[in-house]
Design a protein around this ligand. Sequence first.
Ligand code: PEP
Ligand code: MN
Length: 341
Amino acid sequence: MDIIVIQPDTPDENIRHILKKLESKGLHANVSRGTERTIIGVIGDTSKVTEDEEDAIRAMTGVENVLRILKPYKLASLEFKKTPSEIDVDGIVIGGNKIQVMAGPCSVENRAGLINIAEKVKEAGATFLRGGAFKPRTSPYSFQGLGEEGLQFLVEAKLKTGLRIITELMDPRDLDVIMKYTDIIQIGTRNMQNFRLLLEVGGVDKPVLLKRGLSATIKEWLMSAEYIMSKGNQKVMLCERGIRTFETATRNTLDLSAIPVLKQLTHLPVVVDPSHGVGRWDLVAPMSRAAVAAGADALIIEVHPNPEEALSDGEQSLKPNIFAQLMKELKPVAQAVGREI
Ligand code: PEP
Ligand code: MN
């Protein structure tokens, strides 16, 4: 028993009664009130519920049906929620008809530089400013980010441009400070299976962009989304950012087939990061066009005014004029698949 479908117009009192019953069995619930149907997602080890117990719940007032989900993830599954999720980030919707573009430097490096990039990407049509203040670097001797000061610069750039902000959280100890500043919390590829971190962001009311792990399968990735959702936060988007393969011509292999695969499995919005996916600026534009054609709901792209001088990921960062050119090229592609950008 994973999903309880409630009859239309069932009074709240009856729903509360069903929830109490679940609690008495050590289970929790996620109530999703749609326009036509209310659905209760049962959270916990539902395999221990016997058939008799399931029948008893089926017989309760207000219950239309009790279903089992065959997938190991539930709240994230398309079986649980059949319509695509739209995540409203302070008025900007991810997962709707309009494809959103997040752009900015890999790392927040300094105040003036960030504001300059923000103004340029905004002018080109981006709706979010990206930039890491806490950086997950392969070497402990590489630039690690500006920390809270970097977050303050992001907010300043937001106030100047109206762009929303996305930035990475690496450690639960930084959650409170990140919550004060950001509009979307990014969970990086190296933390996709940091389950404590996932549970922490599951407990807050803030959209989360969950990057695919370096070598994670789509199923493992969806299970990580489930970790977040199981704690109550349903505002999760999945970001394909390339996976490890034997190929060395590109930094990673951008798995574009993940987009249509995810669309068959989950209602969560799909974001594509071509920058980390290929690791070379000259391949970012074709892969962005391909991602839009394949059904991505948003793109996240690294942009830097002077990539040779960037403190991280310069080799994959677009100069602002090339980014602006790409934004123009994306329009007819989006149109061809019935979307706008
Ligand atoms: C980033 O967005 O700069 C980043 C570190 O991404 P990833 O976690 O995908 O490597
Ligand atoms: Mn980067």
